[in-house]
Design a protein around this ligand. Sequence first.
Ligand code: CS2
Length: 502
Amino acid sequence: MTLPRLSAATWAQRAARGLPAEVRGPAVDPAALTIGQVHLGIGAFHRAHQAVCTEDAAAAAGDTGWGLLGVTQRSPRVVEQLGPQDGLYGVLTTGAEASSLRVVGSVRDVAFPGRDTARVLDVLAAPTTHVVTLTVTEKGYRRTPGGGLDTTAADVAADLGAATTELTRDDGTAARTPIGMLVRGLVRRHRTSREPLTVVCCDNLTDNGAVLAGLVQDALAAVPGSDGVAAWVAACVRFPSTMVDRIVPATTDAHRAEAAALLGLHDDGLVVGEPFLQWVVEDSFAGPRPAWERAGATFTDDVAPFERAKLRVLNATHSTLAYHGALRGYATIAQAVADPDLEALARALVDEDVLPTLVAPDGMELPAYRDEVLHRFANPRTGHTTVQVAADGSQKLPVRLLGTVADRLAAGVVPLAAARALAGWVAYVRAAAAGELVVAGRTVALDDPLADRLAEAVAGADAVDRLFAMRDVVPEPVASSTGFRDEVASALRDLAPEPAAR
Ligand code: CS2
């Protein structure tokens, strides 16, 4: 049977017939919301995290000024999903025993840069817009190995050229990168209203607010004549750091069927999340913001301890389980963590290598946090695949794992569990690049922006040496530690036989 599609009209009819206890609707009337927040990178994570918090905050505070404009990165897919649904979509929360479904209405408009750049820039410049949030993934920031903005990349350079035009008049060309869109929006805002703005990075980067502020200044430094804009940004635009946490697996047909059974409607925009949701935000805003604290967010003066604990405990063990789990043929993180060897590796990584590098954030007990994280991973109903978490290792591991390694080396210790974790990535890259990685009956390709260079590096017997020579992946001082490199090579030999010499 074909179900009617979720939209404002079908939802109203559905709600009028009475809803099962597991289903609830938007916390505020979506039609009453006006746009006050722009989100760059509207994928599943944003829809299951910040968009939910913004809606709850608007409801708790009775403030209708916090509707969202969501901007996609490269593909118009989310526009096609949410446009015909009047912005409505479901979040299926997969508890350990049962699921619940919530229809979210905070996304009031969705735009695709290839078509809608002019509209997005107008909203970024509008005095009624006070907050911009971003989830564009690690690779979306276009950083050089030194951490600055890669202004030599053709798409970044094209955006900066358009930003130069924006200094004096509107530029109608499509934005090619999220940072380009943001910078062009800031230039237009400076040229029009000069209202303060807060830009909230919600990606898994260390010091994410400061990183983003730096990239924006790098961009402006490459736009001739933008000194006034740069000074205004420094004075009137804030970039708070944040730690975001919710496990959001890719939506599968099984999830869609489960949601359809609960909702009685077809939802093309469905996203899935575990019950856990955490958001720690640096309390540094240039103007009004949603009352996110009333939606469960924690505001603090110092996000760094939270961010570091989350990246080094959760994300590092996640990646470790993903690579080692996929190598053992496990499709999901839950299956991987149920393997006693892999659970032991994850625990050893945290206990022996990570915890000595951390200071417990206020109100957090780190061993309990470790247990909670492993417990969350073990939820079999989440369905998060090893292959999904394994993607983009060259972008993720420096942030999640190699900081721990650098800190341990500085303390005079070679971190052995981290070496085994990293060897899992090398073995994964080698098997995937060779077309020899089969997970749950499917051959897995290497999914990484540096896939070609990685494949070349791992093809021979000196894989570890050649990967350690890629400074954009393995920075100093980790790269020059022969002790650590030898441990990675030895762990790799334990995992996978040497390929024949080329
Ligand atoms: C995961 C994260 O895909 C990945 O790399 O480690 O997306 C993880 O699920 C989130 O950071 C959890 O908050």
